[in-house]
Design a binder for this molecule. Structure first.
Ligand code: F6R
Length: 243
């Protein structure tokens, strides 16, 4: 596993955008796995900047997102479809028909099947961008004895609901379920980059980087089974860790 330690959140996001940009330059029709959340936000700003400078072309790319809340329509300010449209898809030259975000309303099971078929047809993404929950979740694969291999409806755990309540008016407004890609979907990606910053992610990153165990109660440790993972973190997380 490759580890890159940088000064701050900005640098972390810039580096991640650089790696995504290289993937797109090397393969014009790259299939990108994308993440939402606070950690990924600036990554999109940097990608948009590179696009505006004429250095990146997304016209032939396609994308799939890790997750979406069950019950939030795409128009909801906190839906991940809206997040992606506002921060990235509407700001670059990607064909929106080729951007797939799980759907959490309507016939959710049918929508899941469509994405399952897409993943099977494509055989995994060329690159997967990940954030990590303070409890170690990747996508919304929450700690537990069993983890889903492929896209499914999942229950969010209390720690995640609390963490994500910062984006909602009240904790009661946070959906209790999400549609999430599974661990198998993530591990099928050719290359994985995980970005994290700040004290809250220290425990999860420590479990990922400083021992040899795979533990389904810290789902990010499953990444140890992948051959091409780059973890990009800030100094705050790395401090005191024996890397
Ligand atoms: C988002 C996702 C989640 C987040 C994680 C960290 O699509 O799949 O796993 O990456 O919850 O969220 P932030 O970055 O907001 O701390």
């Amino acid at each position: 596993m490759k580890v890159i330690v940088l000064d701050n959140y900005d640098e972390v996001c810039k580096k991640a955008a650089e790696i995504i940009g290289d993937t797109v330059k090397n393969k014009r029709d790259a299939f990108l796995g994308l993440a939402t959340g606070g950690s990924a936000e600036k990554v999109y700003d940097y990608l948009v900047e590179e696009y505006e400078n004429g250095n990146l072309d997304f016209s032939l790319c396609s994308t799939i997102n890790l997750d979406e809340y069950v019950s939030l329509p795409s128009s909801h300010p906190q839906s991940y479809r809206k997040y992606m449209d506002d921060r990235f898809f509407s700001r670059v030259n990607i064909d929106k028909n080729n951007t797939y975000v799980p759907v959490g309303v309507g016939n959710v099971k049918e929508e899941i099947l469509k994405l399952k078929n897409l993943m099977e047809e494509k055989g995994g993404t060329d690159l997967q961008l990940l954030g990590v929950g303070s409890n170690g979740h990747i996508a919304f694969n929450e700690p537990g004895d069993k983890l889903n291999a492929s896209i499914s409806i999942v229950d969010l755990n209390e720690e995640t609901i609390k963490a994500n309540s910062r984006y909602f008016n009240s904790i009661d407004d946070v959906p209790r379920q999400a549609v999430s890609l599974g661990i198998g979907d993530i591990l099928k990606s050719k290359k994985i980059i995980l970005v994290a910053f700040g004290e809250g992610k220290k425990r999860a990153i420590e479990e990922l980087l400083t021992n040899d165990y795979i533990n389904t109660n810290i789902p990010c440790t499953l990444l140890k089974a992948h051959r091409d993972v780059t973890v990009i973190i800030d100094r705050c997380i790395a401090e005191g860790m024996n890397l």
